[in-house]
Each structure stands twice: as C-alpha cells, then as structure tokens.
Design a binder for this molecule. Structure first.
Ligand code: ADE
Length: 223
C-alpha cells in the first residue's frame, strides 16, 4: 500500500512515520509512505501556500494551486482509491474506516492548515473528509499520522504477529481483555489464576467474558 501525504509542515510527520511498526512495514515493503511539501508546488519566490480569504474574515486560507498541482502530478503517475482531507468537520474516524482504508492500494492524505483550505479543493479534488475527533488541532498532520499508523499496522503481514492486530480493541466492537506478564505475583498483586492454569479453553472463555464486561462498563455504546 502507498500513502502520499501532502503538507505545508513536513517536519511534523517524519518522526511518527519512521519509527516502530511503521518503520518496519516500510522496510519490509508492506507500506510506502511519501511526504510532499506543498511549498515545492508553488511558483513564486516566497513559496506562498496561503492567502487572505475573500469576504474578509480572520485567518489565512490554503491556496488552491499548489494542492492542485501536487495532486494532479500524483494522479498522472498512478490511480488513487481515495483522496482524503483531514478536517474537524469530516466524518468521524474509527476502526471500521481504518480497516476499509487498509485494503486500498494508493491513498492521498491532504493535511488541512490555517483557517481552512479553498473550498474548491474539497468540492473538486477530495473524495473523503475525515475527522479524528471533536476537537480542533493546529493542522491536519497529527490526524494524518493517526490515520497512517492505524491503517499500516493492519495491512496483512505488516506486523509479524498478525493475530495481535485481529485481537485489537474495536476489531469486534469489544474492548480488549486485560493482559499480564511475569512475575505472576508482584507486591502481593496476583495475576488471575485462570491465566496460569494452562487450560486454553478456560482462558479463552475468561478473555471473552472480560472483553464483554469491560465493554459493558466502559463503552456500553459499542454493544
Ligand atoms: N484538523 C484540525 N483538527 C482536526 C481533527 N479533529 N481531525 C482531523 N483533522 C483536523
């Protein structure tokens, strides 16, 4: 899978996209992530990517030309399944959407910035608008990282232990059961006996019950 991220602040993206699972997924060829600086698609000396809004409200607006040029160049090289814009007024992101995106071959993520982007970009170039929650970030870069991370980790084969992605929270609309590791007792705090029993049928039953109980208590809206 290939993800192209368009931004005016590429520095915000380099570290989150190049560590841990995302790094390994790229090294093993499961994912390719490219960051494009929209300033490289300007044609003036000052590399201007924003301008004053028509109508005179406060704040700057991202210009249409650099975004258009960058998207058109990418589209001339391959076909894109989805061109995403990150924005607090997009559809609410969740695991179902992450699963859907992880099955795609090529996606573009355009990071919003300033007061907004020229609305013609959203009308004519964008195919999906995604919000990662009901709060406002300084820019769409952190949202793009959230999307890239959550999508890449579930690409089949991208993490060594595939079973682990499938038992994630939300994969079956249940929160994950508690997990423990050695020592089996610390400070008098014990790991539940059933997990040490070696009885895998019992363990699985316990894990299912725990997942259900935790969901009922913490996120009843999921049931
Ligand atoms: N840009 C600013 N706030 C955002 C949010 N909540 N989700 C996605 N993109 C954003």
């Amino acid at each position: 899978m290939r993800i192209d991220i368009l931004t005016v602040v590429p520095e915000l993206l380099s570290s989150p996209l190049n560590e841990s699972i995302l790094k390994r997924a790229q090294e093993s060829g499961h994912a390719e992530i490219y960051v494009h600086n929209l300033r490289d698609y300007t044609d003036d000396k000052r590399r201007t990517v924003d301008d004053y809004p028509f109508g005179g409200e406060a704040g700057m607006v991202m210009k249409i030309e650099p975004v258009y040029r960058c998207i058109e160049k990418l589209k001339s090289e391959r076909q894109y399944d989805e061109i995403i814009f990150t924005s607090p007024d997009g559809i609410q992101y969740n695991q179902r959407e992450a699963n859907r995106l992880s099955l795609m071959n090529n996606i573009i993520i355009l990071c919003g910035h300033y007061k907004g982007i020229d609305y013609r970009i959203r009308e004519h170039l964008i195919t999906r608008e995604i919000s990662i929650g009901d709060y406002v970030l300084t820019g769409g870069e952190l949202a793009a990282c959230v999307i890239a991370d959550s999508v890449v980790r579930i690409i089949p084969g991208a993490i060594g232990d595939e079973a682990s992605a499938l038992t994630d929270c939300f994969q079956d609309n249940l929160l994950a059961p508690p997990v423990y590791t050695r020592p089996s007792e610390f400070n008098g705090w014990k790991v539940p006996d059933v997990l040490l029993s070696g009885n895998f049928a019992e363990i699985e039953k316990w894990q299912e019950e725990q997942a259900y109980e935790r969901t009922k208590t913490l996120r009843p809206d999921l049931l």
